[in-house]
Design a protein around this ligand. Structure first.
Ligand code: SF4
Length: 308
């Protein structure tokens, strides 16, 4: 594929393995939010509208209280607008217009759609105040019928893992190519979870057990910049990443000379360059000081082994 500027980028050929790895990782363990346990489009719409301006932790309380007070679209449609707006303000949920739109959307569902939500992103956009992002989220999470969600988390993951350029069209194409057909509910949850808890601004590739390490360009190169993380100095995770990579590589091979190890742990290793012998020697000396690695001189070369 190429982006708008003609720059080439590709997703791994083993797309199915990439998809399976992420879904299995998500299904094994993930943050549990009550709205992930429901496929009621009304409950999901309320959550999506609330989350636009409010932190998830606070949304949790407000969402439960809102649904207790107005459990269905019919209940909300029958409510007085002033009560809905009053609820919104008293829970500090941001612009009151959102409460008005939500109320109006419930009336539309009852009055124009016989009490049933439209099931496609296009149909959902007919509801008051429901833009493309919210419509797609409701279609995905309620009906398993959406396109890929492309938010800042998803962009960061695609940019790092597959070098997708910082271009909205490219992100959308990449995210939709990655999406396994007909599985938008689990997929969108999974990729947003990956960006939210592991591939964060400061990535937790190893600690978070990222399921995409074997395919990830950033993990390979050590460059974790992203559209919302413009410089490496925004975090100091890189050094720790490379410590982990040295240990894993030495665990796999009995012993390695400095340059062989260097080439195995980073693609931009050049013996005399910025990330070369001096950089690696310093890293290995630290590891030796921590009793994790032994270093010996042999035939003018430094040889590293894991201390077992
Ligand atoms: S390996 Fe690291 S940088 Fe790559 S996708 Fe996973 S968490 Fe993000």
């Amino acid at each position: 594929m190429s982006d708008a500027d003609g720059e080439d980028w590709t997703l791994p050929e083993t797309l199915e393995a990439v998809q399976t790895a992420l879904v299995e990782w998500y299904e094994a363990d993930h943050r549990s939010y009550p709205w992930r346990e429901t496929d009621d489009p009304y409950a999901i719409l309320v959550c999506e509208v609330m989350s636009q301006q409010t932190q998830l932790e606070r949304v949790e309380t407000a969402w439960a209280a809102f649904l207790e007070r107005w459990p269905t679209t019919a209940d909300l449609a029958a409510a007085a607008r002033a009560d809905v707006v009053g609820f919104w303000s008293s829970h500090s949920l941001g612009y009151n217009n959102r409460a008005k739109y939500l109320h109006e959307a419930a009336r539309q569902v009852e009055g124009e759609f016989d009490g049933e939500f439209p099931e496609t992103p296009e149909g959902l956009q007919e509801l008051m105040g429901v833009g493309p992002y919210t419509a797609n989220a409701v279609a995905s999470f309620a009906f398993d019928n959406g396109d890929a969600v492309v938010d800042t988390n998803v962009k960061r993951v695609c940019y790092r893992a597959f070098s997708v350029p910082d271009d909205d069209g490219a992100f959308e194409r990449a995210a939709n190519t990655l999406l396994p057909a007909g599985r938008s509910r689990v997929w969108n949850n999974a990729i947003m979870e990956l960006g939210g808890v592991v591939c964060r601004k400061r990535p937790r590739c190893d600690e978070g057990g990222c399921p995409w390490r074997e395919w990830c360009d950033a993990y390979e190169s050590g460059d974790f910049t992203a559209p919302d993380v413009p410089t490496q100095s925004a975090f100091e995770g890189s050094r720790r990443q490379f410590r982990g990579r040295v240990i894993r590589t030495l665990d796999e091979y009995d012993e390695l000379t400095l340059d062989t190890l260097g080439h195995r742990i980073r693609v931009d290793y050049t013996p005399d360059g910025e990330y070369g012998r001096d950089w690696l020697s310093e890293l290995l000396t630290d590891l030796a000081d921590d009793d994790l690695v032994t270093l010996t001189e042999r035939d003018g070369d430094t040889v590293a082994r894991l201390r077992r």
